[in-house]
Design a protein around this ligand. Structure first.
Ligand code: SF4
Length: 384
């Protein structure tokens, strides 16, 4: 008999986040002003319809925030505080589709968010990560590599003006990629919700400048503990002292040389063990970064060997994000880190074609008809 595993709620994977709440209301006041004055002149008819709907849902009185199908999560409010008024429409167009389309199972021509993997290589072996799977990391098996700048440029050229949210990260540590500075520079001014995730072990001065000059919206430093030995028990091969020194230097450069920077610095940990403590994390990291958070643990490290999960509801990520690996292969998620679900390559089809391709739609259909138990590895995964 199949065993029912606890679900991994992708839309609410941030368990806790600590940040300043000053001026939250000002964001809603600006949206109200925008709704009253600017919507009609924003974009296409389709874009205007989405933006109008987003404003209605945000501004309509409701008994509680959670009663809304669209509401602004705390980290989203922080990103919006840093936008100019004329950027609000573009941002709402992205964010509404990102939050609501996975609920309504709608698609349009582009994924609300695109994750681009500069490299699949990492020097860490974090206990909860697929990098601990030697079948994945063995070079002869073909999963390891770095994206070329030329391929990156082609992807960004297609995504600019279509996907507002770009995340530079997936299976590897992005700052290991030899072209990462050039890549960052190429994204400058093109995306309103640009994110990069890093363990910060390679965050030297040049890379700090590249990130800040590109106007990255959020840099996420992956760290799950406030002290040794817990840090390196979880982030195996990591060095807490080096990471702290690198983040301190990054913040000093941000403050002194990029005074108008919109980049948010967040430390984010995976809640993996009982002895991890957000209060201790905040005491340690709180003075160094803008936000401290914990995300829920998902057993990424053994996707293919987990027992059947018995999960029936569809995976929301199929309507939210699309992943492009370093070699141009396109995958619906990185839980499937060996690309069994790959839908094609950006070297052969456009991003838009791949997002609405037959294999992608077939996978969505299997989930919608409650047949994910027939799909390997979705049958072992608990993401909903
Ligand atoms: S393995 Fe399947 S269910 Fe799990 S995240 Fe990927 S697409 Fe979703």
């Amino acid at each position: 008999m199949e065993q029912q595993s606890p679900l991994y709620d992708k839309a609410n994977s941030i368990l806790q986040i600590r940040r300043s709440r000053a001026e939250d209301q000002a964001v809603f006041d600006r949206i109200a002003k925008f709704a009253a004055e600017q919507i009609e002149s924003s974009q296409s008819d389709y874009g205007n319809r989405i933006i109008r709907q987003a404003c209605v849902e945000l501004l309509e009185p409701k008994d509680s925030e959670r009663a809304r199908s669209f509401f602004l999560r705390e980290h989203v409010i922080e990103e919006m505080k840093r936008l100019a008024d004329e950027e609000l429409g573009r941002y709402l167009f992205y964010r509404y589709r990102y939050d609501v389309f996975p609920q309504t199972k709608e698609l349009d021509d582009y994924p609300p968010c695109l994750q681009i993997e500069p490299t699949s290589i990492c020097n860490y072996r974090c206990v909860f990560c697929f990098q601990t799977d030697s079948d994945f990391t063995r070079p002869a098996n073909g999963h390891m590599g770095m994206m070329t700048f030329e391929l990156f440029r082609e992807i960004v050229d297609q995504a600019a003006g279509q996907c507002e949210a770009i995340t530079l990260a997936s299976r590897g540590e992005p700052l290991i990629c030899k072209d990462i500075e050039r890549m960052l520079s190429y994204t400058a001014g093109k995306f309103l919700a640009m994110k990069i995730n890093t363990h910060a072990g390679f965050l030297d001065e040049r890379k700090a400048h590249a990130i800040l000059a590109a106007g990255v919206s959020t840099i996420v430093f992956s760290a799950d503990a406030a002290s040794e030995p817990l840090y390196s028990q979880l982030r195996v091969n990591g060095n807490l002292n080096r990471v702290v020194a690198n983040i301190e230097r990054f913040q000093k450069i941000r403050t002194t040389q990029y005074p108008g920077s919109r980049t948010i610095a967040r430390v984010s940990g995976v809640r993996y063990r009982e002895d991890q403590n957000l209060d201790a994390m905040e005491r340690f990291w709180g003075n160094l970064v803008d936000q401290v958070a914990f995300v829920d643990y998902n057993p990424w490290e053994n996707t293919y060997e987990r027992p059947f999960s018995g999960t029936e509801p569809p995976c929301s990520d199929l309507w939210r994000r699309m992943f492009v690996w370093w070699d141009g292969r396109v995958n619906p998620c990185d839980v499937d880190y060996k690309s069994l679900l790959a839908v094609g390559r950006v070297t052969e089809s456009s991003l838009s074609t791949l997002w609405r391709s037959e294999p992608y739609n077939r996978l969505r259909e299997m989930h919608l008809s409650r047949q994910r138990s027939q799909v390997f590895p979705c049958q072992r995964c608990t993401v909903t």
